[in-house]
Design a protein around this ligand. Structure first.
Ligand SMILES: [Zn+2]
Length: 307
């Protein structure tokens, strides 16, 4: 007959589906087997395991210490859920960032697909995206990846099938929250690595407020920044699109002119700031019917531009 106290404990343990421990352990050699049956196969999320006995001197302390040793040997991995997103695919300048974020361990890792690696076929790009995701996931091998949340963009279609094949739990949807801000910041830094101005980070605030508008304005700025020095800047743009082909065929006219836009100032295509000087450079894209402007001081510094 068990004591009242042991009965109460057994009842509690039963509620946690841990009675197997009590009944199955005949000797300490069973510990590994019992543990794997109980915690792994039953996928129990129990965080407390009790060893109880109605009698003293039955080896509770010894069993508990053996169990602790077994667990530490096994190095139970921390469970994480990974969210994966892309940034930059719609921007003419720069390539694309693929990034992974695990909130549980506040870990961010990213991979860059450079503009010259860009390809015009969707399938090829989906394969490149999968290679990037595969590389990012491999950096989390010390963790137990419970699920992978992939951005709903079709860029991740091949990745979805590949990850499901490998036994991952895959969720598709719209990525929101912390990862969004970090990956956009990462993309701006990627653009700056090509010599784009510090002022570019101003667009991050706009993107935060209105994503579509922010990216449209960023893209407009990037296009003019490229146009002003095409021989040196077209190479950091995605090349398989109509704009790239059109720009290769066009010429840019340049003239110094009076600034008539003091009330509605124009952005400088080089530094991104408003132009308030009395004289500015006006650029006309031949055949495009589009004009853009620049500070004289900024444009004069670009030696490859013939004034
Ligand atoms: Zn400027």
């Amino acid at each position: 007959m068990m004591s009242d106290q042991a009965q109460k404990l057994r009842k509690k343990v039963n509620q946690n589906k841990l009675s197997a421990v009590i009944d199955d352990i005949k000797n300490i050699h069973d510990i590994s087997e019992v543990y794997s049956n109980l915690v792994e196969e039953s996928q129990s999320s129990a965080s407390v395991i009790m060893f109880i006995s109605a009698k003293g001197g039955t080896g509770k302390t010894y069993i508990a210490s053996m169990f602790a040793h077994y667990l530490s040997e096994k190095k139970k991995k921390t469970a994480i859920n990974i969210t994966i997103d892309d940034a930059g695919s719609g921007n003419f300048a720069g390539g694309m960032i693929i990034a992974a974020y695990a909130e549980e361990i506040t870990s961010y890792t990213s991979s860059v697909i450079q503009p010259d690696e860009y390809n015009d076929t969707t399938i090829e790009m989906q394969k490149k995206v999968f290679d990037a995701v595969d590389m990012l996931l491999s950096t989390y091998s010390d963790y137990d990846i419970e699920s992978v949340f992939l951005c709903q963009s079709n860029l991740f279609d091949i990745t979805t099938y590949q990850l499901i094949d490998r036994g991952y739990v895959v969720i598709r949807g719209r990525v929101e929250g912390e990862l969004q801000n970090i990956i956009e910041d990462d993309f701006i830094k990627h653009l700056q690595s090509f010599g784009m101005p510090e002022y570019l980070k101003f667009y991050l605030k706009m993107i935060e407020r209105d994503k579509n508008l922010g990216y449209r304005l960023l893209n407009n700025f990037c296009i003019n920044f490229v146009k002003v020095d095409m021989p040196n800047r077209l190479k950091f743009c995605k090349s398989h699109n109509k704009l790239y082909e059109d720009l290769q065929k066009t010429a840019i006219d340049i003239e110094k002119t009076e600034n008539k836009f003091m009330k509605k100032p124009k952005l400088c295509c080089e530094c991104g700031r408003y132009v308030y000087d009395n004289i500015l450079y006006k650029f006309t894209t031949v055949g495009f019917n589009s004009v853009f402007y620049g500070h004289c001081s900024c444009i004069d510094k670009i030696t490859s531009v013939q004034k």
